[in-house]
Design a protein around this ligand. Structure first.
Ligand SMILES: [Zn+2]
Ligand SMILES: [Zn+2]
Length: 303
């Protein structure tokens, strides 16, 4: 019997591929990117998916989630750069990715109930667009969930400057969090919550993101061996999958002592030392902190 099981495992290519420190990649299907993207005040306007048979697509790869969590407080130009590389979130009038199940929103009309939601402005004269604030909001949400994950894996020292309350109150502000937690009989974690309660709540919120992003499995069989791919409704689903994959052992994720962003360190971080993301290292934040610490030490010696 075991041999049968074995051969079956061999025939199918494994679902996970590549060992990215920022989570394990899944073989993912590609999603379409708009052909044109531009900034217009606090909006990202985007053009058609296709013109004279030209198509652009993106696929899960290095920097997908790591880059996304850095957008929380990023200037518009940085967000635009990310959109050019990875595509749009496809935000609908409910402030959700348009792949969301109808039951996840209030005031769903009969058209949306039947065919699903459309991105904001889609099919109108002004054309499709999405608010920069949605980008920053979902980035903050992903960043908070990753920070909670790192803390739950016991890396207290790295995360100690973050109050448990701070991340959960941010996650709790997202309307779908309260709804999903209530539906599962889970309370929003507070300072007094156990890590079991926190883990359940975290899993629950990530599940909503997966459901919003219309994630499913798909079978491909072009080459000799069939393979299984994760198919998503677009970028949002791909980010949700990466978030889910990052919940596993998080040896590969550290929190930057400078800006607090989760990032993938080049080597195993020493929990007793400060560590910095590439962006802060480039901005000479470690040197600034070291100078500050040395001034503090000197002041301590003088007094
Ligand atoms: Zn909607
Ligand atoms: Zn940093």
């Amino acid at each position: 019997m075991t041999s049968v099981k074995h051969s079956r495992e061999k025939v199918f290519q494994p679902l996970a591929s590549g060992i990215d420190p920022f989570g394990r990649f899944l073989n993912s299907s590609a999603w379409l990117k708009p052909l044109e993207v531009r900034l217009d005040g606090d909006r990202i306007r985007w053009g058609p998916w296709e013109s004279s048979n030209k198509l652009l697509s993106a696929r899960t790869g290095e920097g997908l989630l790591e880059g996304f969590v850095q957008l929380a407080d990023a200037p518009a130009a940085t967000i635009l750069k990310y959109v050019r590389k990875w595509g749009v979130l496809g935000i609908c009038r409910h402030g959700l990715p348009c792949t969301h199940p109808p039951s996840f929103a209030e005031n769903v009309n009969s058209l949306e109930l039947r065919f699903g939601c459309a991105p904001l402005g889609f099919g109108t004269d002004e054309g499709p667009w999405e608010p920069l604030e949605s980008w920053r909001g979902y980035s903050r949400l992903a960043k908070a969930l990753l920070t909670i994950t790192v803390r739950l894996h016991g890396e207290e020292l790295q995360a100690k400057r973050f109050e448990k309350q701070e991340e959960w109150s941010l996650v709790g502000k997202w309307p779908l969090t309260q709804r999903a937690l209530a539906a599962n009989g889970i309370q929003l974690p507070s300072e007094r919550s156990s890590s079991i309660q926190e883990r359940s709540a975290l899993a629950c919120v990530i599940q909503i993101l997966i459901d919003l992003g219309r994630v499913d499995l798909c079978l491909r069989w072009r080459k000799e061996n069939p393979s299984v791919e994760v198919r998503t409704g677009g970028l949002f689903g791909a980010l949700a999958v990466q978030l889910l994959m990052s919940i596993g052992p998080t040896d590969g994720i550290a929190l930057c002592s400078g800006c607090g962003s989760p990032y993938s360190p080049e080597r195993q971080p020493n929990p007793n030392r400060r560590q910095y993301c590439p962006r802060c290292r480039k901005g000479k934040v470690p040197q600034r902190d070291a100078a500050r610490a040395s001034r503090r030490r000197q002041r301590g010696l003088q007094s």
